[in-house]
Design a protein around this ligand. Structure first.
Ligand SMILES: Nc1ncnc2c1ncn2[C@@H]1O[C@H](COP(=O)(O)OP(=O)(O)OP(=O)(O)O)[C@@H](O)[C@H]1O
Length: 255
């Protein structure tokens, strides 16, 4: 299933937050969205997920969800959103309830996603026993369990320290390389965008408009921290964003 935004604009009251955004999210790709604070990145993600309707324009879902998909659009948040009283296994099991699956089918899915996220040995642990990076791996396992058409990721690594972020980026690349998934990935972090994005969408400051869409051809598995080609892309992105980010920052302070 592909997602498509067609001339999307959005207002909150009199304030326009998004202006005339048209964008394709092709199946099997990770599309990163970057832009200064308050430019409407999370709003755009909520529209893709159907949580909000745009004031103008359309959000289209084209084609069928993958076989065995229990929930076509699944979120992953910065704060993990795990239930503290449920184990790792129990947190993943939650999203498989009410789908008419047998216990055997449920357990097979849970075993698969825990193996893919390297959590098999932690199935019985509670969230409070886990590091931040492991908690986010549980959230990723939970998202994968429903075999979504598109994962909507809102700053998924920004609550983590830089080493953990690096490790989780490696994990996401390994997961995608073994079995490509489709994701829209909102981030402030340009290093994450150039490591994970097949396409990087740069928004201007509010009202967010499409500033540029950068396509990166280098296979994800070949992208490494400090790679000169990626650093150059990151510089290019920063060049696009610097003035906008400074202006957005000044606006927040004034406002
Ligand atoms: N439900 C709402 N009602 C009114 N205004 C809102 C609502 N949600 C967001 N906004 C405003 O819309 C603008 C865009 O918000 P949004 O969270 O989408 O931006 P963002 O780019 O994700 O921001 P950040 O980078 O700071 O997370 C901001 O000015 C925000 O205050």
């Amino acid at each position: 299933m592909d997602l498509k935004l067609s001339s999307v604009s959005h207002y909150y009251g009199d304030t326009q937050v998004l202006r005339d955004i048209s964008l394709d999210i092709p199946s099997g790709q990770i599309v990163c969205i970057v832009g200064p604070s308050g430019c409407g990145k999370s709003t755009l993600l909520r529209m893709l997920g159907g949580l909000e309707r745009p004031s103008e324009g359309k959000v289209l879902q084209l084609g069928d969800a993958p076989a065995g998909c229990l929930n076509p659009l699944t979120y992953i948040f910065q704060d993990f959103a795990l239930l503290p009283w449920r184990t790792v296994h129990g947190n993943v099991a939650l999203v498989l309830e009410d789908h008419g699956l047998s216990r055997k089918e449920r357990d097979a899915i849970i075993a698969d996603v825990l193996a893919r996220t390297k959590l098999t040995d932690f199935a019985d642990a509670l969230p409070k026993q886990l590091s931040g990076g492991m908690k986010q791996r549980v959230a990723i396992a939970r998202a994968l369990a429903v075999n979504p058409a598109v994962m909507l990721m809102d700053e998924p690594l920004s609550a983590l320290d830089s080493q953990t972020r690096e490790l989780l980026m490696d994990d996401l690349v390994a997961l995608w390389t073994r079995q490509p998934f489709t994701a829209v990935y909102v981030t402030h972090n340009l290093a994450e965008a150039v490591r994970l994005g097949h396409k990087i969408v740069v928004l201007s400051r509010r009202p967010g408009k499409l500033r540029e869409v950068v396509e990166l051809d280098m296979p994800l598995a070949e992208r490494h921290h400090g790679d000169p080609a990626l650093e150059a892309q990151q510089q290019h992105l920063w060049g696009l964003m610097r003035d906008e980010a400074a202006a957005a920052d000044a606006e927040l302070i004034d406002g």
